[in-house]
Design a binder for this molecule. Structure first.
Ligand SMILES: [Zn+2]
Length: 405
């Protein structure tokens, strides 16, 4: 590929300061905004960033794009979605708004198991077509990397089907410049066949053998493994088995923790070496300290708190302690049917009490760290030229106008 010139960018938000500080203790000046800027890249990496009037003459451009009156950000990343699923749960959402309890919803056939039933019943090609439409919608909004978790099959055959679909999406979207990250999360819930308490048997009979099988195939080999670590789901002894296998297969892992109550699972997952921990609504000071002192990225999912009317994660305490925080959409049919990660981040800023550098890095640089994409999420010579371009006059306008991001 020849060289591409992006010229006359009104505001280029490079996040070079964020990258220098590796996403911690961020202030406004870490955004490192450059005005009247141009970028030169070869498709794989950025070769030059600077003032439009100073573009070196020795470059020969195959493509020139004029971005007058545009704001350019590092490519947006959604580091947490569950976007391959069958059915929908609008009925359940209405029941909840009308006052039904969790138990009443479950008794009417709602909850995660209704999604599992719909997903099991749907053929691979229809599931994939739905997923493609969802990925396309994110890409249209400027998202350049999307993590997709399996976990609505909960049997060996249907989880294999989901991992296969995610693997195919990863292969196909790579050609379009969209990075798909394949996360294996058969340990999302205990399927009804195993009752409420047989998580250990499900782990040994389904989750581990299938991980072994998927890892042997380059299309399905997961980039990450994830587990839902909560009471009545999976416990630390289940996670020990899973994390041990991940180490054997050389696959990094993540964990959903402290969404339902403070259980010490954030501290446990950090000390086990998780790349990222997700949710953390109820995490206490001790766990937050362990997160701050580690390289583990904390992934907040405020869209879920909005959707369910729950409390928000203690973001300010985490940031002040020195944690690196990302924000994902958590797009899924039950607890967050909202797929716009940038809007979720912008709308959460006042409630989470996060400044602009913290919010932007949460959906770019720190989200990239949560997915082990070291060259994504900032604009600098050598970084990956995946960018989000907005026809807006300033970053301030972009944050201010909630209706059209
Ligand atoms: Zn999740």
């Amino acid at each position: 590929m020849g060289l591409t010139l992006l010229k006359n960018i009104k505001e280029c938000v490079t996040l070079q300061g964020v990258a220098k500080k590796q996403g911690r203790h961020l202030i406004a000046s870490d955004l490192c905004i450059m005005n009247e800027t141009s970028i030169v890249h070869d498709g794989n990496q950025i070769l030059w960033v600077g003032k439009t009037g100073q573009i070196p003459h020795n470059f020969v451009f195959e493509i020139e794009i004029d971005l007058t009156n545009s704001v350019v950000l590092p490519g947006m990343i959604d580091c947490h979605t569950h976007l391959v699923f069958g059915g929908d749960r609008s009925h359940e959402y209405f029941m909840r708004l009308n006052g039904s309890t969790y138990e009443e919803i479950a008794a009417s056939g709602g909850g995660i198991l209704s999604t599992a039933n719909a997903t099991r019943a749907m053929d691979a090609s229809s599931l994939k077509q739905q997923a493609i439409a969802r990925v396309d919608r994110l890409a249209e909004r400027g998202v350049v990397a999307i993590e997709i978790k399996s976990g609505y099959g909960l049997t060996r055959d249907s989880e294999r089907k989901l991992s296969q679909i995610i693997g195919e999406l990863k292969r196909d979207y790579a050609k379009k410049g969209i990075k798909i990250i394949n996360t294996y999360m058969a340990a999302h819930a205990i399927p009804p066949e195993y009752g409420n308490s047989r998580s250990h048997d499900y782990m040994l009979e389904v989750v581990i053998p299938l991980l072994d099988e998927l890892s042997q195939n380059s299309l399905t080999r997961p980039d990450f493994v994830d587990i839902f670590l909560e009471d009545n789901y999976f416990n630390q002894s289940d996670a020990n088995i899973l994390f041990q296998k991940c180490s054997e297969f050389n696959i990094p892992f993540k964990a959903h923790v402290d969404e339902l109550k403070n259980s010490g699972n954030l501290k446990y997952a950090v000390e086990s070496g998780a790349i990222s921990c997700e949710h953390m609504l109820y995490s206490d000071e001790v766990s937050i300290k362990s997160l701050a002192q580690s390289d583990t990225v904390g992934v907040l999912l405020p869209g879920t708190a909005f959707f369910l009317g729950k409390k928000m994660a203690p973001a300010r305490a985490m940031l002040d302690a020195g944690c690196r925080l990302a924000i994902g959409s958590d797009f899924n049919p039950g607890s967050c049917h909202w797929d716009d990660v940038f809007k979720i981040a912008i709308m959460s800023a006042p409630t989470l009490k996060m400044n602009v550098a913290e919010i932007l890095s949460a959906v770019t640089y720190n989200a990239a760290q949560a997915l082990e994409l070291p060259n994504y999420g900032f604009i600098e010579v050598g970084s990956t030229p995946r960018l989000s371009i907005f026809r807006d006059t300033s970053l301030q306008q972009l944050f201010y106008r909630w209706s059209n991001t």
